[in-house]
Design a protein around this ligand. Sequence first.
Ligand SMILES: [Zn+2]
Length: 283
Amino acid sequence: MKKFVFMFVILFVPIFVHAAAPSLNVLPENLIQGEPVIVRIEGLSDITQVIAVMFGKQALQPFLLGGTVAALYGVDLNMKAGEYVVAVNLIDGTKLEKKVIVLGRKKYEAPLGIPQKLGGNSTTSQTVLVNTLAIENAQLAALATGKKAFWTLFFQYPVKDPFVTDEYGYTRTTGQYSITHKGVDLRASSTTRVSSINRGVVRLVKTFRNYGKTIVVDHGLGVMSFYMHLSKVLVNQGELVLPGQLIGYAGQTGYAEKPHLHLTVRINGVSIDPIIFIKLLGR
Ligand SMILES: [Zn+2]
């Protein structure tokens, strides 16, 4: 009889334990200009309970990430450093808040060399470079993104054994101009396989003067990845690609002096540090 009572307690106690109230988790904890942010509402799996998720004055779109309500935000490289509030309002009146500090990024400058194939280091080729880059950037900025996530749970690196040769966020100066590197360069040869960092729809396949052979993959919900200076493209515009699917080979087309893979990741139009992004949303 005693034994029976004991088992009864063990089996039925969990039913009387209330589910923990939702709590707010914002990562990374130490945020720097140009970094992505993931907001998770721990303990909440029903997206219809969410009225609003805000980063400062910016409304974020909530989605389900591995069964937990989450939202993504890209802190622009030029966003004012300082304190911001991440706030969540739920339908039952619950308000969750967390203060985050955006720290200023150290600004590095490096001189920019223009390859001979793009006119070398003359004042004219500097002006042509800056003007044509502006046109290419406008075309890339105009690409549409899906209203829901196409991605599956984990993002991954686009190359095997990733090694950053040129970091995100430094400025290259050429003559009177300065150009900010809003992506990372990964070590690669012209035979390095380039794969999609997650599931997505190929929004653009194009050869640009400066960015060279380029693939843009839309992962939905404002997340897009850009693969540039490729030697070969293996996918077509409109095609659905899977996580890790081979999409092309690295190269040095366009403004590149040696083979490498330039990777840009954007969240709602804001280019953030792709390495931090993959670390945050990777395995
Ligand atoms: Zn680059």
